[in-house]
Design a binder for this molecule. Structure first.
Ligand SMILES: [Zn+2]
Length: 148
């Protein structure tokens, strides 16, 4: 069994990789019910010139096709947007582990209301990373969250 801290560490590593690539520092990873890593990825909006390649989508796609998503946990460094929250509901992912929801409050309340197990860590180091990124690249950030 992989601890929440260990699972989050994989997503954080992805976020830092994304930042080092010049992208938006959001990372994610999908684990099965036994804590086995199925897939990991990071936001690739800049790298792939693809607005749809959010961290959770990247991790989900890298996990390949799964027969069932029951018992799985989507780990993400940042509260999932509506699009990624929709992915969680669409495929019946059971749990979402969120690094922080301070810099962005996505759809995790909606997920919790609909039976998804939601844990928000509020890791100060992640809040700091996003705050620094938003201050340095506001145009990229507001593009990513779809605000003018
Ligand atoms: Zn998203």
């Amino acid at each position: 069994m992989t601890s929440a801290d260990d699972m989050l560490a994989v997503a954080v590593e992805e976020a830092r990789t994304g930042l080092a690539e010049g992208g938006i520092p959001i990372g994610a990873a999908l684990f099965d019910g036994d804590g086995r890593l199925l897939g990991r990825g990071h936001n690739r909006r800049v790298q792939d010139d693809d607005a749809s390649m959010h961290a959770e989508i990247s991790a989900f796609r890298n996990a390949g096709r799964q027969r069932s998503y029951r018992g799985t946990t989507m780990v993400t460094t940042l509260s999932p947007c509506w699009y990624c929250s929709g992915l969680v509901r669409q495929f019946g992912i059971s749990n979402v582990l969120i690094g922080e929801a301070t810099t962005f409050h996505g759809g995790h309340d909606w997920l919790a209301e609909n039976g998804v197990g939601v844990t928000v860590v509020e890791d100060p180091a992640l809040v700091e990373m996003m705050t620094t990124f938003i201050a340095a690249s506001p145009e990229l950030w507001y593009e990513d969250i779809g605000q003018d």
